[in-house]
Design a protein around this ligand. Structure first.
Ligand code: NAD
Ligand code: ZN
Length: 342
């Protein structure tokens, strides 16, 4: 069917390669999407850097990437609810539909999930084959760059919406792209005050831009001290978006009794915590894995439609040819969301 460019992990080890591969064949229940905008996720960076997780999980060769917006150019023979030309993105978790979780409305924690750009060829390519059931339609007049960040924005929506943030004092530890989306979501929900921490000055600047009322450089100030000083009693909600043990400890220290916590950041080591603090302070901890399918997607679309502005999170764009520059920029942390344009 012809050839295309794709950014692939060809062999086990660091790096990625821009190579020529065949345009994918689609199954009857898939669509072929022409990628307009791809976005780089922390997962892609792990795959590029080849950390322990990647070495255990990735079976090369595989095309990387799962955050995208593009247009449908071909329909599988069984696909009746979509049309060629539609502007789309997709949920990148392909679930089995058969396990206990899938059958009880919890497909996001499916026992047999396959992840786009991890277990199957992804979207750092001119074209990608996507399961039709995973396609999410984008408004025809919308910015594809926003479409391309639906997956991580959905993570933030999932983490934020297990709480009611209206009128609450909200602490957000970690101002990577997902923490930054959380700031915008908390402000939109009418949070009373949003406290955000990071250890990276560039990202603290973005946090201010997204509307955080207080930004804290965790290298200099313990967010618990500031929150206690401002609120007297402590914050109502903690959204842990850093995966840093230290940030989590400070975030817990910032809370009042009876507070709620979302844990989304992934810790590289086992975290020991004092459960007495949870018990006697009567905290509620929510583990957040991906996006609810598709409850979170509807909530996200509604938030965007009613004016959620997350565009300032997108700070850089590169062509596919410049993917190494883009990955190294991500490694430096001097960026928000980084896009790749085929
Ligand atoms: P990111 O790495 O860009 O952001 C993490 C931020 O935390 C960085 O800006 C970093 O400087 C900051 N940080 C580090 N130490 C800190 C400290 N002591 N105090 C405050 N901030 C600190 O990642 P992201 O893409 O925004 O994702 C956020 C987290 O969520 C990551 O840990 C990622 O692995 C995880 N994640 C989880 C899921 C899930 O389903 N649970 C999905 C996607 C990403
Ligand atoms: Zn399943």
């Amino acid at each position: 069917m012809g050839m295309m460019k794709a950014i692939r992990k060809k062999v086990a080890g660091p790096g990625l390669e821009l190579c020529e591969v065949e345009i994918p064949q689609i199954r009857g229940d898939q669509v072929l999407v022409k990628i307009e905008v791809a976005a780089i996720c922390g997962t892609d960076l792990h795959i590029y850097n080849w950390d322990q997780w990647s070495a255990n999980r990735i079976k090369p060769p595989v095309t990387a990437g799962h955050e995208f917006a593009g247009r449908i150019v071909k329909l599988g023979k069984d696909v009746t609810h979509l049309q060629e030309g539609m502007l789309v993105t997709a949920e990148g978790h392909f679930v089995c539909g058969q396990c206990y979780y899938c059958r009880t409305g919890q497909g996001h924690i499916c026992d047999d999930v396959k992840i786009l750009g991890v277990d199957v060829d992804g979207i750092f390519a001119k074209y990608a084959a996507i399961d039709a059931g995973n396609i999410w339609l984008l408004p025809e007049d919308s910015d594809p760059a926003l479409g391309a960040i639906h997956d991580p924005l959905g993570n933030a929506v999932h983490a934020a919406n297990v709480h009611c943030l209206t009128g609450q004092d909200v602490v957000i530890t970690g101002c990577g792209p997902i923490g930054l989306y959380c700031i915008a979501l908390a402000k939109q929900a009418g949070a009373r005050r949003v406290f955000a921490s990071d250890i990276n000055g560039y990202r603290l600047g973005l946090a201010k831009q997204l509307g955080a009322d207080f930004v804290v450089d965790a290298k200099e100030t313990d967010i618990a001290d500031l929150v206690k000083e401002v609120t007297g009693i402590g914050a109502d909600i903690l959204l842990e978006m850093s995966g840093s043990r230290q940030a989590f400890a400070s975030g817990l220290g910032a809370l009042r009794k009876g507070a709620g916590v979302s844990l989304l950041g992934i810790f590289s080591d086992v975290v020991n915590m004092d459960l007495d603090a949870v018990i006697f302070n009567q905290l509620t901890l929510y583990g957040i894995n991906g996006r609810r399918m598709f409850d979170t997607w509807y909530e996200m679309e509604a938030a965007l439609e009613s004016g959620l502005n997350v565009k300032p999170v997108i700070t850089h764009r590169f062509s596919f040819e410049e993917y190494e520059k883009a990955m190294e920029l991500m490694n430096s942390g001097q960026c928000g969301k980084v896009l790749l344009i085929p």
